[in-house]
Design a protein around this ligand. Sequence first.
Ligand SMILES: NC(=O)C1=CN([C@@H]2O[C@H](COP(=O)(O)OP(=O)(O)OC[C@H]3O[C@@H](n4cnc5c(N)ncnc54)[C@H](O)[C@@H]3O)[C@@H](O)[C@H]2O)[C@@H](O)CC1
Ligand SMILES: [K+]
Length: 490
Amino acid sequence: MRTAYSVETVRNAERELMARLPEGALMQRAAAGLAAVCAGLLRDLLGRVYGARVVLLVGSGDNGGDALYAGARLARRGASVTVVPLAPGRTHEGGLTALLGAGGRVAGADDPYAVLAAADLVLDGITGIGGHGGLRPDAVPVARAARGSGAVVVAVDLPSGVEADSGEVTGEALRADVTVTFGTYKPGLLIDPAREHAGAVRLVDIGLAPHLPSVPGLEALQHEDVARLLPVPTGESDKYRRGVVGVVAGSPRYPGAAVLAVAGALRGGAGAVRYVGPGGDAVIARFPETLVHEGPPSKAGRVQAWAVGPGLGDALGDGSGPEAAVADVLASDVPVLVDADGLRLLDAETVRGRTAPTLLTPHAGEAAALLGVARPEVESGRLTAVRELAARYGATVLLKGSTTLVADPDPAVPVRVNPTGTPWLATAGSGDVLSGLSGSLLAAGLPARDAASVAAYLHGLSARLAARNAPLVSDEVAENLPEAWRNVVG
Ligand SMILES: NC(=O)C1=CN([C@@H]2O[C@H](COP(=O)(O)OP(=O)(O)OC[C@H]3O[C@@H](n4cnc5c(N)ncnc54)[C@H](O)[C@@H]3O)[C@@H](O)[C@H]2O)[C@@H](O)CC1
Ligand SMILES: [K+]
């Protein structure tokens, strides 16, 4: 499990740890780890550290101190290190003294662009966990010049300008190739849009772990976590014991949604898939193993979970059709996933009143509609949006996107962020596959939060395996799910 903690929690843990260590020891640990990563990058790039041209962008806080001490270590190994101070007069004193003592120099006020243009590696020590509100105007051209210089850009702790706690980027932020973070991940390193600015993230151990609480603010499942959660049939299993998932999807206008949702459901570990809706013929033609039914879902036979919504179309306005199907499913006493059109058709009060788990799986646009805000607000503040939705609906919420998030209705439970997503998944019908897959995992007995996060993980992994850097269609995402499953269980 990869875990991230809020700035407040990190600061508390650092305070505890610092109290046990000699003055400045913690910063030295951070700087040593940072310098080691930079030395490795320089060796990959140039074959040596000696003679490498390193530029430090240094702000007013301890983040700049880390950069300066790491710069001093590199200078002692023969690198030519130049500081560009972005808050002259407020530069970390000890760090600057160490750097100058090791042979580093300070760039003249007029030549930061010349030194940046010639740099092999740029260290971004403008702001770390103390930064808010995007880069200041005078740092913007410098950060852009660093990016445009062709040098490897290494962010210290966080790319400067991003919000550490939320992953929001409210102004301009530096774009790094590598971020070296200390002690623990911060939420912004795992959530877009900040995550995109971080590049590859390397975690340096500074001994913080024993001082962090056991429950993180955010967590990302890894292969071994998913492997533990996947349902495994036993000798006692039959198709009913493994769980039957009911899929309510598709319409005369969108018959494909039925097929894709069933395709996902068949690969999710449930023992059988019951399809309810007008797309039965298309479903059977493709998947003859499906049980099909036309009529109200409650009359279709017992299921252990429902997935309702993909391609249902619009409400008829008279309470019948798709609207009635959504209401019928929500009235059941089994876990229910609501996606796509189902999200427009659901009655919020009914969702809040359910005793069995409900899982809502909106994309940003649907989430915005549910919250009554504009879509960009959800896209820029994904963590806030997913938490707010889960609280308002008393439901587990999976917010789809470049970094899919899963929130539990209990705010004390960490939000999960999916690490396997790929932009290739932004393709028609991929959400339908995810609905079926998540529903199937619910029917197989996984709690809603696990079902949602395991589904997102497999779905992203399957897309990566299928796409291999070329466009993919949703059908391939479904077809590669067994491969993703095998990849996870190893
Ligand atoms: N506290 C500790 O024990 C450790 C801290 N470490 C480093 O210390 C960092 C935190 O240091 P600080 O608390 O000094 O905070 P930062 O260095 O992140 O930044 C704080 C300073 O930046 C200014 N600032 C805020 N937003 C800004 C913006 N958008 N543009 C320009 N300036 C801005 C603030 O006025 C303040 O002076 C961590 O990210 C990490 O790099 C590491 O050395 C590990 C140990
Ligand atoms: K930084």
